[in-house]
Design a protein around this ligand. Sequence first.
Ligand SMILES: Nc1ncnc2c1ncn2[C@@H]1O[C@H](COP(=O)(O)OP(=O)(O)O)[C@@H](O)[C@H]1O
Ligand SMILES: Cc1cn([C@H]2C[C@H](O)[C@@H](COP(=O)(O)O)O2)c(=O)[nH]c1=O
Length: 225
Amino acid sequence: MAELAFFSGTMDCGKSTLALQIQHNRSARGLLGMIFTRDDRAGAGRISSRLGLVAEATETDEDFDFHAHLVRHLTAGGRVDYVIADEAQFLSPTQVDQLARVVDDLGIDVYAFGITTDFRTRLFPGSQRLIELADRVEVLQVEALCWCGARATHNARTVGGRMVVEGAQVVVGDVATGPDGARGEVGYEVLCRRHHRRRLTAATAGAGQLSPEVLPTEGVPRQQR
Ligand SMILES: Nc1ncnc2c1ncn2[C@@H]1O[C@H](COP(=O)(O)OP(=O)(O)O)[C@@H](O)[C@H]1O
Ligand SMILES: Cc1cn([C@H]2C[C@H](O)[C@@H](COP(=O)(O)O)O2)c(=O)[nH]c1=O
């Protein structure tokens, strides 16, 4: 039976990489996929992974109707075995409902990939609807790490390395690559909840690299850190 699967996590946890792997493995076996994205950092009509892989995709916007698009394609004699939707946090709840109809009415697997929460720790509307509707919600296995070494569970938005908590929900951008966190005006950094709550980014904590000394965890059982 076809399924709606939502692969979810923080920024930089490997979602687009997994999307491209799924696409590669299925197309290698002769299956035909339709790949959608919206506002990828690499530009319109692309899915990009920080590992360097890039693939073409159909760029969507807020008016795009996934179900109608698939029906038109199938009616015209096209074939689709599966659908991939990257940056799914940017979809509207209505569009996620359309993806569920693609699964239920057209019998096509849909694999959606997106960050769960925004820089204020609030669910994106698209992610919320996916969590409500998906047959399967998968948290990616590769841990993105906070500067302190703990698992990163939250996305921070930074300006010049300083965390901000005001602003539009959607601002396309990337995680910083340097220790000062400053790559352009707006950047992102993944943090553990503790440091997200304290608004402590790598730059504000003065942490250039992972250090076992930055968290007072000695004597604390690992699961309680
Ligand atoms: N130079 C590198 N060498 C090995 N792995 C890398 C490198 N750069 C990025 N990665 C991996 O790629 C992951 C990010 O993958 P990506 O698909 O771009 O993430 P997402 O789509 O979730 O934002 C990182 O968590 C890391 O595991
Ligand atoms: C936290 C957060 C992120 N975004 C944007 C920034 C990026 O363009 C994407 C996430 O892409 P990734 O492939 O998962 O790294 O989302 C945003 O617009 N608002 C936010 O709060």
